[in-house]
Design a protein around this ligand. Sequence first.
Ligand SMILES: C[S@@+](CC[C@H](N)C(=O)[O-])C[C@H]1O[C@@H](n2cnc3c(N)ncnc32)[C@H](O)[C@@H]1O
Length: 295
Amino acid sequence: MTPDTEMELARQESPAAGDTPVGPRMEKLANAGKLTSKNADLHWLYEQSVQNAEVEAGFISKVFKREFGREPAFLREDFCGTALLCSEWVKANAIHTALGVDLDGPTLVWGTVNNVTPLGERASAVTLVLDDVRNVTSPRADVLAATNFSWWGFKTRSEFERYLRGAYANIKDEGMLMMDCYGGPEAQVPQLEEREEEGFDYVWDQDTFNPITNEIRCKIHFKFPNGSKLKNAFQYDWRLWSLPETCDLLKEVGFRKTVIYWEGADKDGEPNGIFKPSREGDLAPAWVAYILAFR
Ligand SMILES: C[S@@+](CC[C@H](N)C(=O)[O-])C[C@H]1O[C@@H](n2cnc3c(N)ncnc32)[C@H](O)[C@@H]1O
């Protein structure tokens, strides 16, 4: 199937096709303190509390330019969900184009309505494909991004290796893979972490961890000013892959070099959102890092 046909399929699967973007309505409710479990949009809540796609798009360009001395043009986003990164990518530079791949049709439709169509003339620079990332084998990209730990869904070494071999093949000879990863002792204990967002609270629920298999089950809940909750809004069943085992596999499948970008800290020791190449990291109880692998 061509990407167009696949997108058509996605459209037919969801009643949301043709809808207008939810952002303005959600923002109004959030600012008035009137978001509730009944009126809040799940994908909007997720994008507000989990993603920082504009910053990630800038980071990708910076790292690629540092390695290859030129602006990358074509980004493939595996596990693209609502295609927010694809959309920020094409917004950032007129030469940018993007391909997003996800196997969830309604999520792709939501992304089309809320993120891609609002790009106006630039919307045609984004192609969305409804498929398993392992089935989409062309075209080759300057950058392949797999973010928010989605590759942790591959729980066995052979499954993960198969995915990475495909990723390597899907990148141009001068190209780069970007994945994020988290860890630290706190990543291995069941715990709840709450954060206030504008108009709602985000709750990260690290529900179970198996130290023998490194399988980890996590959930996202949302809480609202009127006391209502959206429990288990998103659920993840992952294997927590470590940085060294991931870097070993990247090397095995052919990547020439891997670099870990580690997050810095502010004067109070809190993460500052600035990621730099590091060989040592630090002993933060919980950390998020980027893995960059170069062909
Ligand atoms: C955690 S969300 C990530 C969304 C977004 N990329 C982000 O950074 O927040 C994971 C997404 O991966 C998709 N997904 C999981 N396994 C997949 C696979 N094998 N092929 C394609 N998409 C997959 C799910 O449908 C879901 O939309």
